[in-house]
Design a binder for this molecule. Structure first.
Ligand SMILES: Cc1cc2nc3c(=O)[nH]c(=O)nc-3n(C[C@H](O)[C@H](O)[C@H](O)COP(=O)(O)OP(=O)(O)OC[C@H]3O[C@@H](n4cnc5c(N)ncnc54)[C@H](O)[C@@H]3O)c2cc1C
Length: 437
């Protein structure tokens, strides 16, 4: 039994790993568009330091999967304590925002506390993300931080996004908001308070460790962009520019809106649902700066629309292999939509905007402090849970289930899945494949 896997990101590699020992499986071909596997879990070198596509921290509520992932890293890992801040009007507020209200100006603090305690939206149903924020946190916290930050990261208005990203956030107790406003800083989202990270090599070390477990049945075909998928009487024919593959079973870990585009003879409703899915893209900008002007925290959320990036991370925080003496390395993240004005800017123009942002937030005093700069664009970053997402994905899942194609992975399922969810789903997908064949 030959299996074809489209996409060699974490989903494709982990699926192959979970399938390879089944005696019925004789060969697994992983077809990957880029010159190396890893997808969003790749890392690249900036100034000799391995950096990710947005720092990938290892955490999970699912302890079984987390332990499995950490075992994969072997000795190459260490544990760190989250140290994230929100940069709000020149003030550092500990993340999450509602737990550190005393750091705000008196006026902003009063807006947050009053908006929370006298909340006119509390008893309405929340039909979209913005309504959810207003209902749970009130106008102050929503308008000062949640709304601008969410607009910035998604590049999509939260009034047109559904609540599946946020619906598990509990409403803070009145006394917690009062304690936070009075000066007590409370740790929130404690399942990610401690996280692990590879000691060396960035997150790529994790996928490389996974890939090193693949046996001789598995072949990764890099630089192999799939451009057509055809169902045969008894299997599949998949074509890339210079090669064709046939197999008995097909699993797709490439973005499902690409699959709906290249799938021969697709039903028009599924094709239309694929065209309607929304995601954003990301630019990662790296800057080595000569002076440390901000202490030793890790990540800073920046909701200010005048600063191009929504998050800036101090890479040095991740350990000695991510630090060069006498300098500080920052990773800045900027999401964009296809067709955005900023997306059309040249690398030089973008560089100017990023450095301007660094200066605006006080992380550099002038452009001369920036010693080196790298910028990279990646076409898939975050799934947008727009109001039609559930309906569109139900249509697509239903169609590909009927075709007996196994959808796997983050964009393979078009869900906001972190590495732990991807690994856990790959295990389940492997099980399903073994059950049907
Ligand atoms: C900014 C950012 C920060 C993140 N931070 C974290 C974090 O802190 N912790 C965490 O656990 N997770 C994090 N994640 C999520 C994590 O990156 C993903 O869950 C995981 O990498 C998804 O793996 P995947 O294989 O499903 O998808 P991908 O990595 O997207 O892999 C899909 C693969 O398909 C290939 N492909 C696409 N089209 C074709 C084609 N036509 N033919 C062949 N191949 C094709 C792509 O090149 C890619 O290799 C983050 C993600 C982002 C964007």
């Amino acid at each position: 039994m030959k299996v074809i896997i489209l996409g060699g990101g974490l989903a494709g590699i982990s699926l192959a790993c979970f399938l390879q020992d089944a005696p019925e499986i004789t060969a697994i071909d992983i077809l990957e568009k880029e010159s190396e596997p890893g997808g969003l879990c790749r890392s690249f070198l900036h100034n000799g330091i391995a950096v990710d596509i947005g720092p990938h921290i290892f955490f999970s509520k699912d302890k079984g999967t987390l332990n499995f992932m950490l075992d994969m890293l072997g000795e190459n890992k260490h544990e760190l304590r989250r140290s994230n801040r929100i940069l709000h009007k020149g003030r550092f507020v500990q993340y999450p925002f509602e737990n550190d209200l005393s750091k705000l100006s008196e006026g902003d603090r009063a807006k947050c506390v009053n908006g929370f305690l006298q909340n006119p939206y509390r008893d309405y149903p929340a039909n979209n993300m913005l309504q959810f924020f207003l209902k749970i946190f009130g106008e102050g916290i929503t308008n000062l931080y949640l709304r601008p930050y969410n607009e910035k990261i998604w590049k999509f208005d939260p009034a047109f996004m559904d609540t599946q990203m946020v619906e598990r956030i509990p409403r803070p107790a009145d006394e917690d908001i009062l304690r936070s406003a009075a000066g007590e800083t409370i740790d929130g989202y404690t399942h990610q308070l401690y996280f692990s990270y590879p000691k060396a090599g960035g997150t790529a070390a994790f996928v490389k460790a996974f890939a090193s477990k693949l046996n001789e049945k598995v072949k990764i075909h890099a630089s192999c962009e799939v451009n057509s998928v055809l169902k045969l009487n008894n299997g599949w024919r998949v074509a890339a520019a210079n090669a064709e593959f046939e197999g008995d079973l097909l699993a797709s870990c490439i973005p499902v809106n690409i699959l709906t585009e290249i799938y021969k003879g697709i039903d028009e409703r599924a094709a239309e649902a694929g065209r309607s899915l929304r995601h954003n893209n990301i630019i990662i900008a790296m800057a080595t700066v000569s002076m440390n002007r901000v202490g030793n925290d890790f990540a800073f959320m920046v909701a200010d629309p005048d600063v191009i990036f929504h998050r800036i991370n101090k890479v040095d925080f991740l350990g000695e292999n991510y630090h060069k003496d006498g300098t500080v390395t920052y990773m800045m993240e900027y999401t964009y939509r296809d067709g955005d004005k900023t997306a059309a800017l040249s690398d030089e123009e973008l560089q100017e905007r990023f450095i301007d942002g660094l200066i605006k937030i006080g992380f550099a005093y002038n452009a001369n402090e920036v010693l080196s700069f790298t910028l990279k664009r990646f076409p898939y970053a975050y799934v947008i849970y727009d109001l039609e997402h559930k309906k569109n994905m139900a249509e697509i899942r239903n169609y590909f289930n009927g075709q007996k194609i196994f959808l796997n992975g983050r964009f393979g399922n078009f869900e906001y899945w972190n590495m732990d969810a991807v690994v856990a789903e790959s295990r389940k997908t492997a099980k399903k494949i073994m059950e049907v064949q």
